[in-house]
Write a protein that binds this ligand. Structure first.
Ligand code: CP
Ligand code: NVA
Length: 323
């Protein structure tokens, strides 16, 4: 006859084993969502924004904890996740590698195993996308990509919400990506396929987006060798910094390569008269975008930044309560 303490231990072990076996729903790239899921998250983001603005208290994530690992700097992503969790009645835990064992060489797999047994959901901003994949493989909690060198899917929730709020349906529209074929550009390539818009890309030679992603995108993407042609008749122009985080030492070389790729008033005038301008921020006025464009009437960058909050709340709700 086992003593009561042994019964409890046995029971606890069984519960742990079940949790370990349960696959979590991660958000590592946009293609982790179906077309319908992407649209419903955007729709929900619009509803949550209205709820928040009306002053309604809505706390569906009470007692839930979000762990946030940031190996690169962040203003918008960090603040929007922390505020989102607070508004939802939960808590967010900021984990800098400077202060955790991750920064002293503890394997990413072990960090994933340990953290995901304590917190309910995890966001990571890191360099190699492969590192995020390794983490997510060993996490029993859902993992959100808060930016890697290859993708920035959270930003594409906010960007598409912003477009739809200002101009309605994006399907059938045309977007121009002017600049580096970087993480943001890659997420735009995936968004074009999921939401059925055409993406024009103008990037300098040697700074083209990933060829595999371009291949998968097929006719959703059209490449141009200059910014002016890419911008013709489009509904939205988007750009990003010339040197992303981790590429600071390439700044001089990149400035030379990208000098014809600044989004100027002249480039905006190629687009439809009611075209919008977006930038994920932080921006460098006078480099990838002229000041009179980002601070001008077609720019929706502040709504775009605010929508990081609402769209990520919709994402948290989706991953924690609907999966
Ligand atoms: N756009 C964006 O991700 O901004 P942060 O780097 O400030 O998070
Ligand atoms: N491409 C930029 C985006 C910053 C939000 C970077 O990776 O630094």
């Amino acid at each position: 006859m086992p003593c009561p303490a042994n019964i409890i231990n046995h029971h606890q072990l069984t519960l742990t084993a079940v949790k370990d076996d349960m696959p979590s729903r991660h958000f590592l790239t946009l293609s982790d969502l179906s077309r319908d899921e992407y649209r419903s998250i955007i729709q929900r983001a619009i509803e949550l924004k209205a709820k928040q603005k009306s002053g309604e208290l809505f706390e569906p994530l009470k007692n839930k904890v979000l762990g946030m690992i940031f190996e690169k700097s962040s203003t918008r992503t960090r603040v929007s996740f922390e505020v989102g969790m607070a508004q939802f009645g939960g808590h967010a835990l900021f984990l800098s590698p400077r202060d955790t064992q991750l920064g002293r060489g503890e394997p990413i797999e072990d960090t994933a195993r340990v953290l995901s047994r304590m917190v309910d959901i995890i966001t990571i901003r890191t360099y190699e996308h492969e590192k995020l994949l390794r983490f997510s493989k060993h996490s029993v909690a859902p993992v959100i990509n808060a930016l890697t060198d290859q993708h920035h899917p959270c930003q594409l929730l906010a960007d598409m919400q912003t477009f739809m709020e200002h101009r309605g349906e994006i399907s059938g529209k045309t977007v121009a990506w002017i600049g580096d074929g970087n993480n943001m550009c890659h997420s735009y390539i995936e968004a074009a396929q999921l939401l059925d818009f055409k993406l024009h890309i103008a990037s300098p030679e040697n700074y083209q987006p990933d060829s595999q992603l371009l291949k998968q995108a097929g006719t959703a993407v059209c490449q141009f060798d200059n910014a002016s042609d890419a911008a013709k008749n489009v509904d939205l122009i988007v750009t990003d910094v010339w040197s992303s985080m981790g590429q600071e030492s390439e700044q001089v070389q990149r400035e030379a390569a990208f000098k014809e790729y600044q989004v100027t008033h002249q480039i905006m005038s190629q687009a439809k008269p009611n075209a919008l301008f977006m930038h994920c921020l932080p921006a460098h006025r006078g480099e990838e975008v002229a000041a009179d464009v980002i601070d001008g009437t077609q720019s929706v960058v502040w709504d775009e930044a605010e929508n990081r909050l609402h769209s990520q709340k919709a994402l948290l709700e989706f991953l924690l309560l609907e999966n």
